[in-house]
Design a protein. Structure first.
Length: 234
């Protein structure tokens, strides 16, 4: 492995990579001017596809790296994926209903909701750091470089490939957030509850801490580029 990961951590990274995009991706997309409708659609589709792809990729990784975790494989996780699907759709449906029935109210609430979203993201970052405070240094040393590289590469590919395909910037931002903001909670749940290995959950835990500030920084860079392009030449 390029980052010197143990077999357990290598499988944990594959489990994370196979997990669908997190619902937080929709929030990042909203904050930084992405196409939220596209983001929600991608998250929902990925959640459904993960029913099949996640077990296949994880089982392949288990056989390839052969970690000593006492488990042979991972079966389809229909219940967990359906819960993710519901978490994506319910807030969106509520938002659509409110916008349809009270458009003026929805427009007035747009700025306060964005400000609240920023506060929520800050709280999530702080909460993640506090929750992992006892082991955060060890986790970062073990899996931090690989998790950070994976996050940066995912966000970068997710943005520039759509731009090369001539998609508008809002669609590119949505794709970037969808690819870069994985559902680390699903990966951790499967690692601990289904596969019975805390070690497999370490990459997802580290990623869950790193992806918020990294995605926020990426969003600011994308937004700044947009604003610079819109400014008139002197």
């Amino acid at each position: 492995m390029g980052f010197g990961l143990s077999p357990v951590l290598a499988v944990g990274m594959m489990l994370l990579a196979a997990s669908p995009g997190g619902t937080t991706a929709n929030l990042f997309s909203h904050l930084f001017g992405g196409d939220v409708a596209l983001n929600v659609t991608l998250t929902a589709v990925n959640a459904v596809l993960a029913v099949v792809t996640l077990p296949i990729i994880t089982n392949f990784a288990l056989r390839y790296f052969e970690p000593d975790i006492g488990q042979d494989g991972l079966g389809p996780q229909f219940g967990k994926v359906l819960r993710v699907f519901a978490l994506v759709l319910v807030p969106v449906v509520v938002g659509l209903v409110v916008r349809r029935r009270a458009e003026a109210f929805a427009r007035r609430m747009d700025r306060p909701v964005r400000q609240l979203s920023v506060a929520v993201l800050v709280a999530v970052i702080i909460g993640s750091l506090v929750a992992e405070r006892d082991d955060i240094v060890d986790h970062l040393v073990e899996a931090g470089p690989a998790a950070l590289a994976f996050c940066v590469v995912s966000l970068t590919i997710g943005y520039f490939v759509p731009r090369l395909l001539k998609l508008d910037k809002p669609q590119a931002i949505a794709c970037s957030m969808e690819i870069g903001v994985h559902n680390s909670a699903v990966a951790m749940t499967l690692a601990i509850s289904v596969l019975g290995s805390v070690g497999l959950a370490v990459p997802a835990a580290v990623y869950g801490v790193l992806m918020y500030p990294v995605a926020a920084l990426a969003g600011m860079l994308m937004t700044r580029g947009s604003r610079t392009a819109e400014e008139p030449a002197p």
